[in-house]
Design a protein around this ligand. Sequence first.
Ligand code: BG6
Length: 476
Amino acid sequence: MSNNVFPKDFLWGGAIAANQAEGAHLEGGKGLTTVDMIPYGENRMATKLGLLENVTLSDSEYYPSHQAIDFYHRYKDDIALLAQMGFKVFRTSIAWSRIFPKGDELEPNQEGIRFYKNLFLECKKYGIEPLVTLCHFDVPMHLVNEYGSWRNRKMISFFERYAKTCFTEFNGLVKYWLTFNEINILLHSPFSGAGILFKKGENKEQIKYQAAHHELVASALVTRIAHEINPQNQVGCMLAGGNFYPYSCKPEDVLTAMQKDRENLFFIDVQSRGYYPSYAQKVFDDKNVVIDITDEDREILKNTVDFISFSYYASRCASADMNDNNTSEANVVKSIKNPHLKASDWGWVIDPVGLRITMNTLYDRYQKPLFLVENGLGAIDTIDEHGEINDDYRINYLREHIKAMKDAISDGVPLMGYTPWGSIDLVAASTGEMSKRYGFIYVDRDNLGNGTLNRMPKKSFYWYKKVIETNGQDLK
Ligand code: BG6
């Protein structure tokens, strides 16, 4: 196989998200968002899953998003470091509540617009292309409290106004857009995924799939608007990816794996094809779900995405008799333990071949270019006696995954770019920890918010710089 498979204009870079990096949670006119209400510690999971009927801030809890890694104040220095590595693309998200602090205002918050304009200009200064997610796990809390978030159809027009504002204000600065980060996660983590809080006794599946429908319509609507505002705009969907393997070749295991994959691909099927897949009705019937879909919705859904973006951390595994006792979670998706694979300290299996399989599956199914917008190893880093971080485990993980990308490209899969997760250490979405680090750049901060917030390149920083310089040829 030729070593030179990455196209000349391949977009090498990295990814972060507003809610896990910016902090400054009430500065610059920003309003509270869902993630600002999710504490670190034992109450985190129940909050994320939407199991509390109300969420309020408590003095006795620590909320990691409130200061995060202070990217809001330090973005110039951070972008300069990313530029040193040779980044060609930088994925981040816009915090909806910086632009519309409550979410239902008619006019945007100019200070929020100014912040992102400056951020994108800073990227451009170094020739870095921004790749921007409109909604990365942060819905303005006012929309949750007043309207029940995405369970309410009104959210479509609030999101439309927000997206239109972004496409207009950042026209010419941003051309790659993603609508909803890991849209399928709303099924698995409804509050953090979509601001859903359940009321006692309601059919959770009904609420989740109706919310999903509203997000799908909103996504298609703003895809159309992005294209109308500037035909150069390219809009992608975003899947929390990773195929399910059948635990064995027993036909029932294979069938379960297929059904589990569909649960996630359901979203991308709609966003990429422009209509609900034929299996959707059976899923709804089985779950006692009746979706309110109008004729106008069906028309709007026809505005499909330009490319398929996805995250890949791990593959998954399913068997016909999987249940709460024989499964564990990686990235909030339940999976049987795969006996053939090793796992990270957080139990996320390490499976580069699974990336090749996932990429081939996605391209076979959609025939649209792919963009791998998250990938990486969450690990504990220690500073050695020379003051250095030798994160060879991270380099090994990334190297093997880049090799798998090469294999998939050689298989015939077009890949636009690669933005490994958390290029700079940030707050973990699942656990709220700082100690679960992904970055090429270390941030001095611990799980409870102590530390100087100083930045320091790790060994992987210099390794990734060389990977980018050689367009993925030198992976040593
Ligand atoms: C994805 C999210 O689910 O995985 C990110 O889009 C998240 O926001 C990433 O941070 C890694 O998960 P975690 O829990 O290790 O931060």
